[in-house]
Design a binder for this molecule. Sequence first.
Ligand SMILES: [Zn+2]
Length: 320
Amino acid sequence: MLRVLTYHRVADPKDGLALNPFLISATPATFARQMRYLAEHYHVVAMEDVLRAVEQGVHLPSRSILLTFDDAYCDFGEIAWPILKRYRLPVTLFVPTAYPEHPDWAFWWDRLYRAVAYTSLTELHDTPLETLPLDTASHRQDSLRKMQDYVKTFPHQEAMVLVDEICARLGEKQTDQMSVLNWDQLRQLAKEGVTLGAHTRTHPIMTQLPSAQIYEEIVGAQQDLKREVGNVLPIFSYPSGSHDDVVVSILKKEGFLLAFTTLDGQNDLNSADLLRLRRTNISRRTSLPIFRLRLLRCVSYLDMWRHRNEPSAGHRTLLR
Ligand SMILES: [Zn+2]
C-alpha cells in the first residue's frame, strides 16, 4: 500500500505575505514535527521508487509514504525543502510550468484574495452576485468566498477574464512579490534532489477544456520541464484534482504512468488505477495527533466524518 500526502504551502499565516492563507498546509513548526514523525515511523519513498515498483512489479516497503507538493510556491524552496533535507526525505514538486517564467504572475485565488484584502471599497455593486459587502474582515471573507465559487463555475479562459474584471474594480495593485519559484530556483532544487513533475501549464480545471487545450496543457508542461530542467518523469498532478475519462485517456496516450488526484485514500499499486491515484490532503487543521491517525489504515471513516463537519472543507477543495 502506498499513501501519498499532498501539501501546498508551508508558511506562517502571519508572515505578512499577501497570499491566500487557505493554501497553507502547515506552519514551519508543524511541518517540521510532521517530517520528523515520518522519518522516525515511516518509509518515505521517492517518485523514482514508485515508478520502479509499477514498472518492474517490485513491492514497496511496508508503511511507504510519498510526499508531494502542488503549485511550486516560493515557500517550498525557502521553508519546506530545508526541513525535508534535514530529515533526508525525498519529495516531488508539481509545477504549473507557465508560472516560473513570469515572476509577476500570481494564481487567480491569490489575486482575488489580495484585491479583496487591500481594496479601499466598502462594497462591490452591480455584480451577478448582487452587492458584496467589504466593510469588515468577516464580510470580506464571505464576499471573497462567493466570488471564488462564482469564478469556478466558468471555463478557465472566461474565469480569468472575470478575475481580471473583479480585480480591476477592486483597485488591484501590482506587486513585486513572487508567488512561484522561477526556473533557476527549480533547476537548483532539482540538482539538490527534488523531483519535479507536471501540473499543467496554466492550472486550469481540465474537465472544462476542449481536448486540444487539454493536450496542450499536458504535453506543453512536459516540454517546458524537459527544456528547462532536462529530464522529466511520466508523472502528472491534476489541478484541483479535476479529471475525467477524456483527460485520463490523453495522459495514457502520451505515455504517463502515474497521475495524482485529490481523491482521499491509499493506493494498492497492484490494483489501483495508476492514472487516478488517491492522496491524503494535509491542511492547517491537521494537528500532529490527527496527522498520525490519518496515516493509519482503516481510519477513512474518520476522514469522512471530519470532512462532513468542516464547514470550509469544500471551500479549500475549490482552491487547490
Ligand atoms: Zn494546484
